[in-house]
Design a protein around this ligand. Sequence first.
Ligand code: 0O2
Length: 221
Amino acid sequence: LETTTLKSFQTELTRFFLGYKFALNEIETKINILKEEFKLIHEYNPIEHVSTRIKSPKSILLKVKKKELQPSIDAIRENIRDIAGVRITCSFVEDIYKVSAMLQAQSDIEVVDVKDYIAQPKENGYQSLHLIIKIPIFMSDRMEKVYCEIQIRTIAMDFWASLEHKIYYKYNKEVPTHIRTELKDAALQAAELDRKMERLNKEINILKANETETSFIDETP
Ligand code: 0O2
């Protein structure tokens, strides 16, 4: 290949990945604003942790193969929608839906798909709420809309998914049935833990609210 062709391909590739980096920067800023503002209004932070990642070229190519796509930048851009990924870990299940609603309400975010693996967990037990969105990024000479996948889950769901990912990653043969059954059982236990913590949180909130009311009455002359 000619040097100029190679150079322009390199520029195209750099711009391709930069687009996702800019999209992630924008979404991170949006989440930080939500976090700060929500805390100010409700004296409570529903977001425990946020992480972002850009899919590696190797994983992109694996998906190209799996989806039988043309190995072109345009086909990848349109069909692989999780090159930019954001993972938000929330304290409680109801926070997941609150955060999701707040993001979906933003007018520059176009929601392309919502996969609710909490209402309907995957066969292996995986739980999470996935939003596939398109977000505009403004550059010196153009505007581009970029796909991004936002995964919202609780700490327990994240704990399960991280370990399950590791177990499968390390073991590239068929996982024995009893391990799959136990993993699913662990996912059910994680969901039970989430329900228990949410119930306890609600109870404490009621106690706190009653206490505030009583102290208010006590203070009135
Ligand atoms: P990684 O390493 O996180 O990048 P798609 O091919 O994306 O159009 P798909 O694969 O059905 O359609 O999308 P789905 O189900 O929404 O899953 C996308 C991502 O969710 C995965 O990305 C994982 O991050 C996560 N995920 C989905 N299912 C599981 C699961 O069973 N276990 C764990 N640990 N994570 C899961 P990648 O690209 O597979 O991986």
